[in-house]
Write a protein that binds this ligand. Structure first.
Ligand code: SF4
Length: 245
């Protein structure tokens, strides 16, 4: 699929003379396929994975990655609190895009039994719930990889508003191939790839995570406004807390 360079003029915060900054500067206006192909060349085949929630905005990154290499491992965090529709969407996209290595990762059963036997941690301490169900399992799943792809976009705002195309994540490189796209660009790609919507989009959900922490966003709200509503929490920690595991 052809893609028009967004030409965002975004300037990475790290100097271009820095190793990672140089890559970020070189890819500052690159399209998603260029970024993914460069990521694969940079870290090497078998060393790059993609992390996906198979949520409402996940399909476009998966489709671009499939254009580059359908065998890139896709890590999916099955927290034990996901909607059945999300599990079905994972299977639909896997089949449609021909993804050959989708890995569904579960939390450590002993950690969950010790800290959340009553399944109420999402309410009493959502940060710890995300830690044992998402952050710790992802840290384990990323062992053995030198780089990972994720689908954050700057237009999503908050901590995402200033993400570069590539950044360092402990010993790994972390690529944000969709960082440069705006909402119109993502929607255009979704249509051009003929991707199905997440089944809950038709029921009014603009962003979907775990059941207890997902609600519909009202008209005019940010797409992620329905996540952890009323909790003062906007991120699960996989982009902010991996280094603490
Ligand atoms: Fe727990 Fe909610 Fe985080 Fe899911 S999103 S891991 S249910 S706090």
């Amino acid at each position: 699929m052809s893609f028009q360079r967004p030409g965002t003029g975004f300037t990475p915060a790290v100097p271009c003379s820095d190793e990672v900054g140089g890559l970020a500067c070189a890819l500052a206006d690159a399209d998603p396929v260029e970024i993914i192909a460069t990521a694969l060349r940079t870290v090497g085949p078998g060393q790059l994975c993609l992390v996906s929630s198979f949520g409402t905005e996940s399909a476009v990154l998966l489709a671009y990655a499939a254009q580059v290499d359908r065998s890139i491992p896709v890590i999916f965090l099955d927290t034990g609190w996901l909607f059945e529709e999300t599990l079905a969407y994972r299977d639909t996209l896997q089949a449609q895009l021909g993804l050959t290595d989708v890995r569904s990762i579960q939390p450590d059963a002993e950690r969950v039994a010790a800290l959340d036997a009553g399944r109420e941690l999402w309410f009493s301490d959502p940060d710890t719930c995300c830690r044992i169900r998402k952050v710790e399992p992802l840290a384990r799943a990323l062992d053995g990889f030198d780089g990972w792809l994720n689908g954050r976009k700057r237009y999503q705002g908050g901590l995402r508003a200033s993400i570069p195309v590539v950044e360092r994540d402990r010993a790994r490189l972390k690529f944000n191939p969709l960082a440069n796209l705006d909402r119109v660009g993502v929607e255009a790609a979704h249509k051009a790839f003929a991707l199905p919507d997440h089944p809950l989009v038709a029921k009014g959900f603009t962003s979907v995570g775990c059941m207890p922490c997902t609600s519909r966003a009202a008209a005019g709200e940010d797409s992620r406004a329905g996540r952890w509503r009323g909790k003062g929490k906007t991120e699960c920690g996989i982009h902010t807390l991996l280094s603490t595991v």
